[in-house]
Structure formats: C-alpha cells, structure tokens
Design a protein around this ligand. Structure first.
Ligand code: AMP
Length: 592
C-alpha cells in the first residue's frame, strides 16, 4: 500500500454521515487501496475501469458512491449492478443493505434466475432503489417491462471477465443500452482480456483506470502456507493450529476493528494470552499492548493492517492471515512482521475458495510458491498433548522438590494396597480432565476446552493471565454445573463468552463447587443476553443460570472454604489425608 492510501480515512472521502456511521459500526478502519482510489472518481461522476478481484473491497468501492447520491424518497431503481452469479448478487445486495443501515426506507433487491418471478414482481412494485442481478433475469424483466432503467443513474458491471466466460457479455451490452445515456458506469474485472477492454471502450466515457499494482518483493526466511477454508470454521482452524504449532508470539491479521476485538475475546476465553491491536486504540494503549507482547505477558495479537504498521517484535514467530489481505503489498507487509533478527518465521494464510485468485497474485508478487497445509487432526492434537504431558512429568521429576508428594503417594499405596501404576493412572486422569489427552470429535463438539499452548510451559502454566479489572456493578449468578459434572472455570468462561456474547473481561470470579458453581457478571445484562445464558449448556449440562440474592450469597460464602495455598499444604501435612480430601470437595477449586 502506498502511503497516501494508508493515510486516507473514510471521513476524508466526502461520503455522507449515515454511511460513515455504518462503516464505523461495521468496523472498517481505513479505505482499502481500491476504495481509496475508486471512491473519489465515482463521487465525481466519472466512469471507471477497475482491475480488482474479490477480497480487495471492491463492493464498498462502488456501493458507497451509489448510496451517497441516492434519493431514498424516489422509489425507482437508481442503480443496477450486474453480477455473473446468483451468490454474488446476494452477497452484493447484503453489502448494500449493511452500508445503508442508516438510510431509512432504503431497499435493495437481488434478482436472479431460479427465484420465483412472482416474488420479484411484488418486491419491484413495492419500490426498490438498487437492483443487483444476473444478466439473464434482468433481461427477462426488461423485456416484460416489469423493470425500467429510466431512473438508473449508475451501472456497475461486477466481475466482468466472469460474465464474459459465462457467455453473458452480449446480454450485458444490451442491458447497458437500455439505460439512459447519461448513466455512470463502473466496470470491475479481475483480468482485462481484449473483449472486456472493447466493451469498456464502447460504453465508458473517459474512464478513470484503476489498478492495484502488485509490487514484487522477496520474502526471505519465511515458510509460507495456506489453508483452504472449507468445512471447518476459521476459529476452530486457528485453535487447532495454536495447539500444535510451536509458536513464540503470533500476529493474527483480520480486516476490521470489530474483528480484532471479537477474535481476541474468543482466544482469551479459550485461555490464550491474546489482545486486540487496532486503530481505535490511542497511541499509548497501542504501545502498551505491543510492550506486553515483547515482555511475554501476551502471546497473541489480533491486529488490523493499519495498527500493525511498523511493528517490530523479535518474538513474533508466526503470522496468521485470518482474513486475506486486500493486495499483495499488504501481504508482504504483514508477513514481514515475522522472521525478524535472522530467525525463520512462519506465515499461514486462510483462503476462501473465492479468494484463490489473490493467493495466485501473492505467489507471483513474492515469487514463491505457498504450500497448502493440512489442518492438524484430533489425533495430531492428542499426540501433541501426550508428548507435552510426558515432558512435563519428566521436567517435574527433575526440577521440583517432591519428597512430600512421594510420601503422600507411598502412604496412599500402603493404606489402600494400591500399585504405583494405578495411583499414577488416577492422577494422570485427574490432571488431564480440563485438557483431555484423548481428543475426539465428540469432545470438541461438546466444546471441550482448548487450553493455551503457551509457548514455554504448556502444562505448568495453566492459570490464564488475569483479565482486566472488573467494574463494580456486579451480581452473583448460580449455575447448575459443578465439579462433579467434570467442568472447570474455563469451560464456563468459554461458554458464556461465546454463546452469550459477553466479553471475557466482564466475566468475573468463578467458584466451582461439587454440584454447582457461581460467577460474577455485570448487574445489567440485556434481556437478549439473559435469554441466551439460560439456554447454554456446558459439557451437555444445562447451566440454568439464575441470580443469587444477598442472603444466599452469604450462605454460599460461609459454605465455601477458601484456604490459601500455603495454608492448605500445611493442613495437609498435619492431618493428612482424610481432612484435605473432604476440604477439597467442599471448597471452590479454582478461580478463572
Ligand atoms: P469484497 O472484495 O468487496 O468482496 O470485500 C471483501 C471483504 O472485505 C468483505 O468482507 C468486506 O466487508 C471487507 N472490507 C471491505 N472494505 C473494507 C475496509 N475498508 N476495511 C475492512 N474490511 C473491508
């Protein structure tokens, strides 16, 4: 990206307040290069010939100028977008709808073959402002005179080369001819074959030509992989990668500010030390966050391109392109954040099938082949956990003072006539409960916890780092799941954060009892959140969450014995073992 495109903000682009508001809410930080270049031309009323593919942000590049000049009171089609496929028509219509969320009374209609004519006619009669359709069905309507282009001021040909490939190009030209002569045309195409150039020449008037140039650059000391997004959610894919990749620090790139926050929350809820880095944060907060990555209190940063500009942290061993970059320069910039100081970095790119073209462009720009990667399987994860477990046992034997525990185990064996292997098996079982060694599909479906692959000591450092301080207006809730159900605090945090959309930092202290647990949550939860909360299940147990009033709370506190760890150890050695077992059973086991 060139400096001027990076600096441009949407507010500099002279688009109306309701559109700016929508963009802010959606979370776009800066215009993508194609937007920064196209929007001013289109706002000026010029025709445009743009070479851009899916993933560059071209939809907003033409949708925003169209919406900017729309008269909502005039219930006539004022813009027509032609797309090669029904899927794209729907996607583009949805994008219009979302950018127009603050334009009251705005209607966009996708029109494509295969959908009932009746429904389309009814919607057309109701009055629509923008039509997005495939050429064949648009022609049907024009010929039947159920659609008129008389008020159309802007025409967009989206993915023109695809329309050409599908044999629609004559239809497209015919449609252009039905529009008023003073219409503005924007033609977007990923490639510019001669036929498309000729169409442009015939119908566009002194178009601005926009091309996102692809600078080549060598990316050294980098192992690059891509994963073709299919079947599995990106979040699930990322957590699998986190489990098996040996990473020191990781930078995850997403497109929007909102996405940085959402993804960082979700990773946090899964126990990773993750934080967002976006342009909404002021310089001081950003610097502090980067400092935390440097001093290892954070392992993962979820960032936008703008926020990560110039980031130089040696620890970054991995860059994950969770959302594909807009152009090859952005890719080169992103992956340049790893492989610092002569180390070999790893870059992983998530590519949706529709974004494959960008993958090819990146390979050409970096003059490197990017290898396809297979996601770690459950078996890989299980193998890895077992390996880590063995290592942890070995490290503990080597590095810890165990005489008290040896005594304890010996005592247990003698008292109950047990073999060492049986005692060890039972302890292994207990240790792995919150992070099962046997990872199965079923366990994952039940949202089995995925615990941090903190790069240093993955098993010893199981206490997730403390979240931000909590506000004071908090209420205690009771959940009908407890230790006996096999849950742990992380399951509960994960479920509440993910299913009820309550940010991880708002979830307070969790206490686990045998049959139930308690959690501190904000006093003012919305009705929608409460409804979601009521339905949540953890390890297949309904939470049946409810508020606890003050009396019940004090009774709860009286029942729970919160013994400080040294005191506990002391008590154990004195009156070992019966009393400690009873205590462990009645007291809360773990904070989150
Ligand atoms: P498109 O190339 O139009 O299909 O857009 C690809 C994706 O980029 C969509 O998910 C858009 O929501 C997103 N997007 C478009 N413009 C921006 C922007 N300026 N900032 C962040 N995301 C964007």
């Amino acid at each position: 990206m060139s400096p001027e495109t990076l600096l441009a903000s949407f507010s500099e682009l002279a688009i109306s307040a309701p559109l700016l508001q929508a963009i802010k809410e959606i979370g776009y930080e800066t215009p993508s290069p194609i937007q920064a270049k196209s929007i001013p031309c289109l706002l000026d009323g010029r025709d445009l010939l743009g070479q851009a593919q899916t993933g560059t942000g071209k939809t907003a590049a033409f949708a925003l100028p169209i919406l900017n000049r729309l008269n909502v009171l005039l219930k006539q089609p004022q813009a027509l977008v032609l797309t090669p496929t029904r899927e794209l028509a729907i996607q583009v219509a949805e994008a219009f709808q979302s950018y127009a969320r603050h334009l009251e009374g705005f209607h966009v209609l996708p029109i494509y073959g295969g959908q009932s004519m009746e429904i389309q006619l009814r919607q057309l009669k109701r009055g629509v402002h923008v039509i997005v359709g495939t050429p064949g069905r648009i022609i049907d309507h024009l010929k039947r005179r159920t659609l008129s282009l008389a008020s159309v001021a802007a025409l967009v040909l989206d993915e023109a080369d695809e329309m050409l490939k599908m044999g629609f190009i004559d239809d497209v030209e015919w449609i252009i001819e039905q529009a008023p002569p003073e219409r503005q045309i924007a033609l977007f195409s990923a490639t510019m074959p001669d036929v498309i150039r000729k169409v442009a020449k015939r119908h566009l008037r002194e178009p601005a030509e926009i091309r996102i140039h692809t600078k080549t650059a060598t990316v050294e000391a980098l192992a690059q992989y891509y994963w073709l997004v299919s079947g599995i959610h990106k979040l699930d894919a990322l957590t699998r990668i986190l489990e098996v990749e040996d990473f020191d620090a990781m930078l995850v790139f997403v497109r929007t500010k909102t996405a940085t926050e959402e993804l960082a929350e979700k990773l946090e809820a899964r126990g990773y030390a993750a934080a967002a880095l976006n342009g909404d944060m002021n310089q001081a907060v950003r610097e502090k966050t980067v400092e935390r990555l440097k001093n290892t209190t954070l392992d993962i940063l979820v960032a936008t391109d703008v926020a990560a500009r110039g980031l130089d942290v040696e620890r970054i061993s991995h860059v994950v392109n969770y959302d594909i970059p807009y152009d090859t320069e952005a890719y080169i910039h992103r992956v340049g954040r790893t492989g610092r100081a002569g180390r070999t970095g790893r870059a992983i790119l998530f590519v949706a099938p529709r974004e494959r073209r960008m993958l090819g462009a990146i390979e050409r720009a970096t003059r490197q082949k990017i290898k396809e990667m297979q996601l770690p399987t459950h078996q890989d994860i299980a193998d890895r956990r077992i390996e880590q477990f063995k290592q942890l046992v070995a490290n503990t034997l080597e590095g810890e003072e165990l005489s008290f525990y040896r005594q304890l185990v010996q005592h247990l064996m003698d008292e109950r006539d047990l073999a060492a292997v049986d005692v060890a098996s039972a302890l292994t079982f207990l240790v792995q409960r919150e992070r099962p060694l046997l990872v199965t599909e079923k366990a994952r479906e039940e949202k089995a916890p995925i615990i941090p692959a903190s790069s240093r000591d993955k098993w010893a450092d199981k206490t997730p780092r403390r979240r931000d301080t909590l506000g004071s207006d908090r209420v205690l809730y009771r959940l009908e799941v407890g230790r006996d159900h096999g849950v742990n605090p992380k399951d509960i945090v994960g479920a509440i954060a993910n299913e009820a959309d309550i940010p991880g930092k708002q979830i307070g202290h969790i206490k686990l009892y045998a049959a139930f647990s308690t959690v501190d949550l904000p006093a003012e939860l919305s009705a929608a959140m409460l409804k979601k909360l009521e339905k949540i299940r953890v390890l297949n147990q309904p939470l049946r969450i409810r508020r606890i009033d003050e009396d019940e709370r004090s009774a709860d506190q009286a029942r729970s014995i919160d013994v400080p760890s040294e005191a506990k150890a002391k008590t154990k050695s004195e009156s070992f073992p019966e009393s400690s077992r009873t205590r462990a059973k009645s007291g809360p086991v773990e904070d989150k």
